[in-house]
Design a protein around this ligand. Sequence first.
Ligand code: IMP
Length: 429
Amino acid sequence: MTNVAVIGAQWGDEGKGKVVDWLASRADVVVRYQGGHNAGHTLVVGKETYKLSLLPSGLVRGKLGVIGNGVVIDPEALLSEIARVQAQGLSVTPETLRIADNAVLILPMHGALDRAREGARGDRKIGTTGRGIGPAYEDKVARRAIRVADLAEPETLDAKLDELLRHHNTLLASLGAPIFEKAAVLARLLELAPSILQYAEPVWERLDGLRKGGKRILFEGAQAVMLDVDHGTYPYVTSSNTVAATAASGAGIGPQAVGFVLGIAKAYTTRVGSGPFPSELHDDIGKGLGARGHEFGTVTGRPRRCGWFDAAMVRQAVKVGGIQGLALTKLDVLDGLAELKICTGYRIRGELVSHLPAAPGAQAAAEPIYETMEGWSGSSRGAKSWADLPAQAVKYVRRIEELTEAPVTLVSTSPERDDTIMVRDPFQD
Ligand code: IMP
């Protein structure tokens, strides 16, 4: 028995919510370790649909949820998400939710700066969620961030806000955006402090105890490898490391505790925001995938860009992300297509290349090299075993395994939790 880390293998929105929910029902604790409320996980449980951004998905299954130090926490967003799911009948208490006392806070000036900078970028926009993720991580690395534990020390808050506002107000003013008054920010933080502090603790200590007690830990990644700040399509990425190694540093646990790394990949590709997307489809097939796959962002509602499965990109994600098995989602969205294409590499300025290079000009110039496969006329929707799948759909999955150099350990065939083909139980690895 091992722990499991779940990470996205493309550009996010791979359907991690369903897989995490399914695994969470068999875990003892679910840990978020990077990102913030830029993430969006939709969980369908019976008649209720839960939309989670910051809360670990395991809470829906009554499991302990932990928000690790690697997460950037907007206290307003956290408290309103807690209130929203509580109104849906979910129990969120200091017994079921623990938050790292050394996690960094997202404050109102972070969102303001994020949006003002995007506005100033014109057609070079990153397409951020506008939630202040980048500016909050910048403050963490610059050693001026306000952290959860600071909420217990009004004098620390006061002093840190001086430095923080000197920095942010200068930037905001230069972008023509309104600046922030210290007294108002401080008063609001002190007002929110007790509601947040009731969940705070050194979570690394609790995780150490749980691990020694043989409990199963599920590490719930947000975003995806191709949005990783080092390994993704920089600068069109998020501001955290999304590879599985981050589960260790972002939770305060050793790398050996991370366990089996499950990568989630959609049976085709989508992306929100700007940036390179070699296998993007601008035709009716792309529109059809978007319509059948309900491809709209959970957080922003933006329509997602759609394209063919990019095996070269997923192979890269498998290698840098440490992915040991793939969960393939939304296979049913491909039902009825006469022909399918898989991107196996790129042609960049006349040269054949097997991976997305680091330079943005080369990324933008990457033209996909496709392999074409016959589609299937039968339905894969709701399949629970290989035998339920059309023969061509099985061939498609097998080809993905070969090209990505990763075994497919799960296939999801509908949004319903039980419509899943389990090849191998990741916890038993
Ligand atoms: P940020 O994380 O808000 O700074 O946005 C940076 C990039 O990451 C943008 O392209 C966003 O669309 C993308 N992004 C952030 N979170 C998610 C997510 O949960 N799913 C998909 N894309 C995301």
